[in-house]
Design a protein around this ligand. Sequence first.
Ligand code: ZN
Ligand code: MG
Length: 490
Amino acid sequence: MVGAAIAGTASATTNEAVGNRWCSENIRMANSGNTLKKEMVARFHETAAKGDAAKLSTMLTYSTSLVDEVDEKGWTALMYASRNGHFEVARLLLEKGCNRSLSNKSGQTAQDIAKFWGYRTIADLLANPTLAAGTGTRPDGLQEENENYFGRTLLNKLSEKRSDSNWLKAKQIHPATVYILFSNLNPLVISPKYNESRNPDIQLCRLNYEDVEQVLAKPEVTSVFLGVEQQNRTGGSQMKCLESEDSADDDGLLAWFALNSNYESADNFKIKSPGCCFLQPVLPHLLNLNQEEAGVVAQARSVLDWHNRYRFCPTCGSDTKVTEGGYKRVCLKENCPSLQGIQNTSYPRVDPVVIMLVIHPDGNNCLLGRQRRYPPGMFSCLAGFIEPGETIEDAVRREVAEETTVNVGHVQYVSSQPWPLPSSLMIGCLANALSTEIIVDKAEIVDAQWFSRQQIIEIMTEQDHPISIPPQQTIANQLIKQWLKKNANL
Ligand code: ZN
Ligand code: MG
């Protein structure tokens, strides 16, 4: 308590000192007009951009009108806090009554800016400030970190239930259980046109047992237990109070299953869900799912693809049977070596891919390449599969050297992204180049160039620019932003 009291005094003194300085500056500025006001606003914005909540609070005590002041780009302090990932500052400004719906001259609100730069928690706060009100720290207690598309899910996988066949059976026929259906690995969705909430995102068509009973009865259809809906999450629906025959099994957990049936017609489900269709082509549409459902699709699509391609035992070629809620295939041949011990051939697989933004030795240019299959004008980060016996760092160095002859030194991991096409894990890195000459290996890519920060900013902000980079749902886009973030505000 003594310590806390001293700490309290110390911070009060600091605030007072800052306050006094601000008080006198305030008076001076009132006397000398516009330039000084501009300067004061600039200082206020800079403090927000740096994330100094205490100083900002003191400044506001002496000049409450600063809260919504804009600069010549139309930016507010809230926008600068959102741009730089300062949750506490954003919350403070909201508490002080700032207007979160203001737009800057590019038409972006603070929430747009937070979303654009990948600060999901701040974007959520700005979408619904009352939810976070009253909590002393960030709601999840984590540092703001990159959260990539396909990486967020509304399910708890509850993997311990995969071996509980009675529980799984009860959940399969439970009237509240959610089924999502795929045809040739394309999910059944409700297009935005038919979506009551008028959300531009594509939403999964959520079916129940009676909708899929006939599909389930087909021998070739595999069902995969995906998990249960996480409780107490905003936007996640709780288990509805539907009557169950066997209430002993009713633990209140809302289970989700995925099914793949290649010859299903969407028409069969239009009574349940008018306007539903199987999503295709898979790209770019798979990138327009509701963010929390994207993670569910990533999980389901990869596991269903594994069932399609690994029907037979990889060890002996015999038939297999599906167990563990769709998470294991067991060989049916007696004495098959795969039946002894734990074999990775029996479980769904993930293929690691490195994807890297290579940074020029001068720090101000980055290396992007073009694959033949890209849309015209699109450049992206280099990428490639990790080979057996290779570290992430070595895979980055080898791929960059193979594709462009550029030598890479230090490699830094940034974040990862599940990529369900069909089952990769993209491991995102920043890589420092040691050399600059580019010789393109035409077998792998058609072009590779150094791009300056300024060029990248133009590509990202100018509409109709002849060059493009992948959309923000991709880790390539996030890596490029990660590099830009290290510099001034956009
Ligand atoms: Zn076998
Ligand atoms: Mg390659």
